[in-house]
Design a protein around this ligand. Structure first.
Ligand code: AR6
Length: 278
């Protein structure tokens, strides 16, 4: 019986330097020469040889990743990635953050690693809003795992219980552990979002990603996907509302044991929109 993608992800609260995995990911800066936060903790725990190896790497661009040995860490390797500095959300931060997760996983996979631990990249000194960053992290990892059987376990290491709660909520929202009546406790929507002209594009990207998650988590193909996407976008008031609609759809797919190529009946969508509507 194949392991479900969602079971290849775990969320723990703690210190990433203590994780017993093949590689831990460092939220570094472009110099790769150390810093504060998780970067400082990793350099302290790995020892001075790490800095020596980092000097030979010639830095790293935002959204990219490079690898070193783990030295005194329990983890054999460290994957250093540089997250975007948050500057309001319209400067490509979402895509750059997704790229950090994707490139790190690609590096791990190309080194035949099975287990990898991530911190919440960019959410400390770089100021990326945690809830939004978490959705991107979880979505990108789900997407990657759905296409690559090689990585067996991805651990999200949360610094503090607020992050722990937000990660678990994101996993429920995106990977379908929600019950139909439960409203997600988090939303990527803010009043600033709603005022910005990019809101409909943001809802489209989000719903598109969530439909993809539903398909990959349940191993189905939604044949009327495009029409469904348009209907949800037309109905959704904001990203939080869109999340409630897709969470309800996800539950419907799970409860009804939908498999293979599936057409979501218009009546089902009508009922979901009526139940989650204003
Ligand atoms: N284990 C797990 N998570 C941690 C740990 C730890 N030991 N320590 C902090 N965090 P940050 P950034 C969490 O600032 O925002 C550095 O100076 C923390 O709570 O480390 O990507 C670099 O050199 C937060 O949620 O990274 C760069 O200059 C998350 O790790 C810059 O900061 C990331 O916070 C990078 O900023």
């Amino acid at each position: 019986m194949p392991v479900r993608i969602v079971d290849r992800i775990s969320v723990v609260e703690g210190d990433i330097t203590q994780q017993q995995v093949d590689a831990i990911v460092n939220a570094a800066n472009q110099t790769l020469l150390g810093g504060g936060g998780v970067d400082g903790a990793i350099h302290r725990a790995a020892g001075p040889e790490l800095l020596e190896e980092c000097r030979s790497l010639g830095g790293c661009r935002t959204g990219e990743a490079k690898i070193t040995k783990g030295y005194r860490l329990p983890a054999g390797y460290i994957i250093h990635t540089v997250g975007p500095v948050w500057s309001g959300g319209l400067a490509g931060e979402d895509e750059l953050l997704a790229s950090c997760y994707r490139k790190s996983l690609m590096l791990a996979e190309s080194h035949d690693m099975k287990t990898i631990a991530f911190p919440a990249i960019s959410t400390g000194a770089y100021g990326f809003p945690l809830a939004r960053a978490t959705l991107i992290a979880v979505r990108t990892v789900l997407e990657f795992l759905s296409q690559s059987p090689g990585i067996e376990q991805v651990v999200f290491v949360c610094h503090g219980d607020r992050a722990f709660r937000i990660y678990n909520d994101a996993l429920r929202t995106l990977a379908g552990k929600d019950s139909p009546s439960r409203q997600p406790e988090m939303s990527t929507s803010t009043s600033e979002d709603r005022e910005s002209s990019g809101i409909s594009g943001e809802i489209r990207r989000q719903v598109d990603g969530q439909l993809l998650m539903i398909e990959s988590v349940h191993g189905i193909r939604i044949v009327n996907r495009d029409r469904l996407l348009d209907k949800i976008i037309d109905a959704a008031r904001d990203t939080g509302h869109a999340s409630r609609i897709t969470a309800a759809l996800n539950s419907w797919v799970a409860v009804n044991g939908i498999t293979g190529d599936a057409e979501i009946p218009a009546e089902v969508i009508r009922r979901i929109l009526a139940r989650t509507g204003p």
